[in-house]
Design a protein around this ligand. Structure first.
Ligand code: GLC
Length: 516
């Protein structure tokens, strides 16, 4: 299918969905390894149902030497033994589908592990048939082919390999050699890995650094910052999309196009002149926006315009396994609650990182316990505390990373028992979204900015369903009296859920959803 003009036409499931991101290593350990596993995900599927999300994205579950905790894949068509086996994943998919939860896998196409059999072959000799599946450049050990730097750890984007006396290219760690997508055999093999999971019933993929896959190897040299070639990436994406579209049930591609410019990112989403590409693509600018009305107003307008030009549907995420948690970034639970209203009130498909609904802060990770090759992402990968017992619903061992702060009170069981908790706020927001076609899929109109601290917008459908979302970014009470009332307070970050008449003011850090 092609993306329908918005908002008319039958709406595919992914436009209405809210997706919950699970980092399997940190979710729940059922096997006593100190690392989460797929049975841990199965065990807590009913938490997702209680919350009211529509699907889950699992960060990589494939066999991996774990140099980058799963983002270094040594077999795209199997399950990491720490996490389970094919039987576990089949059971997880089936049990999720029984609960009407879609399942997205994390596909890592730009690079494999250096332990992947393809790379072991490629590095074994210059005339190996898979030599050209990776990016090799001749030279001498003292001089990398270019000065390009890897994203992490700090160092060159090239590693010398003594066996064949050549350099191989990697945008990330030396254990993550970049695949050479210019070789049609690589594209064919990678599309086969998608087929493998589509045939098992997977509903779609989050595609890791997808904008990097297209490369023009003639750019390897001092005149270029890297070899990426957007035109080639677009061509690969159209073929990836065609494969997804050949399956029934709207299987989706959600791109991690990690470029901090929504105009550029939008070029990968929806339908371009030569055909459809990604269904959805994250906008990473919000991860770095100051928590104030004006920068958000400006960015949201820019994003609406950029995506509108492609008739592309927006995607929103405030956290992930790669960035300090929203609660820690904003510095208070009151602001984290307002962020929940923002995330679930915007026009688009929200992604919610596991633990945001518990208002978790980053764990403090002492240097001797650090795990992340990038050095900065352990805090947000701390284990999820499920209950108030000493091991918080994990099994017999200390988890691979320390607990986030206050696990005795800030755990799923305790918060589910407290109707005033942030977990219940998320649940109310998700329920309100489900009940409101305007909030789920309606157009957005930003209300005039007559207060520097208040950001508000109306969501509305052609059938006349309406609601207003408003946030007070400031630290004083603000009057807010939108036209077209009277309005009912459907959800407030400070309430416990009874619908009451809206009084026309917003407390400090308060955010609300109003319905007529
Ligand atoms: C993406 C992932 C990140 C990973 C990197 C390399 O940015 O989200 O966790 O380290 O790609 O695969």
């Amino acid at each position: 299918m092609t993306d329908p003009p918005l908002p008319a036409g039958p709406r595919p499931w992914w436009m209405d969905a809210v997706i919950y991101q699970i980092y399997p290593r940190s979710f729940c350990d059922t096997s006593g390894t100190g690392v989460g596993d797929l049975d841990g995900v199965r065990r807590h599927l009913d938490h997702l149902v209680w919350l009211g999300v529509d699907g889950l994205w699992l960060s990589p579950i494939f066999p991996s030497p774990m140099a980058d905790h799963g983002y270094d894949v040594s077999d795209y068509c199997d399950v990491e033994p720490l996490f389970g086996d094919m039987g576990t994943v089949d059971a997880l998919i089936a049990e999720a589908h029984e609960r009407d939860l879609r399942v997205l896998l994390d596909w890592v196409p730009n690079h494999s592990s250096d332990q992947h059999p393809w790379f072991l072959e490629s590095r074994s000799s210059r005339d190996n048939p898979k030599r050209d599946w990776y990016i090799w450049v001749d030279g001498t050990p003292d001089q990398p082919p270019t000065k390009w730097k890897a994203m992490f750890p700090v160092g060159p984007a090239w590693t010398w390999d003594e066996t064949t006396r050549a350099w191989y290219h990697h945008r990330f760690t030396p254990q993550q050699p970049d695949l050479n997508w210019s070789n049609p055999e690589v594209e064919a093999a990678m599309l086969d890995t998608l087929r493998f999971w589509l045939d098992r019933g997977i509903d779609g993929f989050r595609m890791d650094v997808i904008h990097m896959i297209g490369k023009d190897l003639s750019r390897i040299g001092p005149d270029y910052a890297d070899a990426t070639d957007p035109a080639r990436t677009h061509a690969h994406l159209r073929r990836i999309r065609a494969l997804l579209d050949s399956y029934d049930g709207d299987r989706i591609a959600v791109g991690e196009v990690y470029i901090l410019d929504i105009d550029e990112v939008a070029g990968y989403i929806g339908t371009g002149p030569e055909g459809p590409e990604l269904h959805l693509g994250f906008d990473f600018v919000p991860h770095y926006l100051e928590w104030a009305a004006e920068p958000w107003r400006t960015h949201l307008a820019q994003a609406e315009a950029a995506l509108g030009r492609r008739q592309a549907w927006p995607t929103w995420a405030l956290g992930s396994h790669d960035i300090v948690r929203i609660r820690s970034r904003l510095g208070s639970e009151a602001k984290a609650r307002a962020a929940a209203v923002l995330l679930l009130g915007l026009r688009g498909t929200p992604f919610l990182y596991a633990g945001e609904e518990l208002g978790l802060e980053d764990a403090v990770v002492p240097p001797e316990l650090r795990q992340d090759p990038a050095g900065s992402r352990d805090g947000c990968r701390a284990p999820i505390p499920w209950d108030a017992t000493p091991l918080h619903g994990w099994t017999s061992t200390t988890p691979w990373l320390p607990w986030p702060p206050e696990p005795d009170v800030r755990n799923a069981a305790s918060l589910r028992d407290d109707p005033a908790s942030i977990a219940h706020l998320y649940r109310r927001l998700l329920a309100t979204r489900r009940d409101s076609p305007a909030l789920r899929g309606g157009d957005v109109t930003f209300l005039p900015a007559d207060d520097t601290d208040v950001l508000a917008w109306e969501r509305h459908t052609v059938d006349g369903d309406r609601c207003i979302v408003a946030l007070n970014f400031g630290s004083t009470t603000r009057a807010f009296a939108p036209a077209g009332g009277p309005w009912t307070l459907a959800v407030s970050t400070t309430g416990t859920g009874e619908a009451t008449a809206f009084t026309g003011s917003l407390a400090p850090d308060e955010a609300v959803v109003l319905r007529p």
